[in-house]
Design a binder for this molecule. Sequence first.
Ligand SMILES: C[S@@+](CC[C@H](N)C(=O)[O-])C[C@H]1O[C@@H](n2cnc3c(N)ncnc32)[C@H](O)[C@@H]1O
Length: 267
Amino acid sequence: MTPIYGDFAEVYSDSQYTNFSATMSEAVVRLVTRYVFSPRRVLDLACGVGVAAVFFAERGYEVVGVDRSERMLDFARRRAEAAGVAVRWDRQDMRSLALGAPVDLVTCMYGSLNYMATDEEFAAVCRGVAKNLSPGGLFVFDVLTIQGLADSSKMKSLVHESAGRHLILHQNKFDFETAVNTKTLTAFVKRGREYERITEIHRERAFPLETMERALESAGFSIVDRFSGAGLKPLRPDSARALYLTQLDRGPRRSRLTRRRWGYEDA
Ligand SMILES: C[S@@+](CC[C@H](N)C(=O)[O-])C[C@H]1O[C@@H](n2cnc3c(N)ncnc32)[C@H](O)[C@@H]1O
């Protein structure tokens, strides 16, 4: 089977998917600046075509972007070059993360953790993030909840179109037993007067909140807050998306994560 985010990388980079990534990046900066916490080094895990990594680098953070897909990283490199920022790109599988030096903040966005096939894979990512974070460092991620994945798959097919350059068809099949959505992505990409067809099959799994929270806590994180998405509204039982703000054990010398008393709304 062809690897996911292979040929599809070109379409992803040139489509409305990146708008969502931009919205999430802004939300993360808004969220983190609510706290007395000044990250210097940031890792964007499963960085895709680099929207968040470039956004963070433009705001002065030292950024590493990790993804398993070389094709996605190619587009990420181009994005950073066009923006004139330096980001370290690293091809790695997030289930066995190893950075040379610890970072202060790890982000993992746009449901990238829904690509973990088992509870153990989810837990392995949490442990890897913990190993590569400095004490008291933050891990912020969003995932589709079981409700969200089931709902999104109710749309048996969905079509995106990008200014005549390509057309994307999503075909979903959600299995309620396993909480796995099998998504067939078919894109028609305009090449001169013809269209090239690209097909990839993606499997996304949703995890019960308790499963994710247990894995986070076993890896040494405490849950600071839970939201229902980029609007930073509280998470509810029927939320389609869960956005977590978690903190790694601080160790004896780090102070508690505290909210700024004013000014964060406009930060
Ligand atoms: C929906 S895209 C999100 C990309 C990016 N976070 C964004 O917000 O646009 C999912 C990404 O997860 C990456 N990914 C999936 N499984 C991975 C793994 N095991 N290790 C590293 N990256 C992975 C894919 O290559 C893809 O770039």
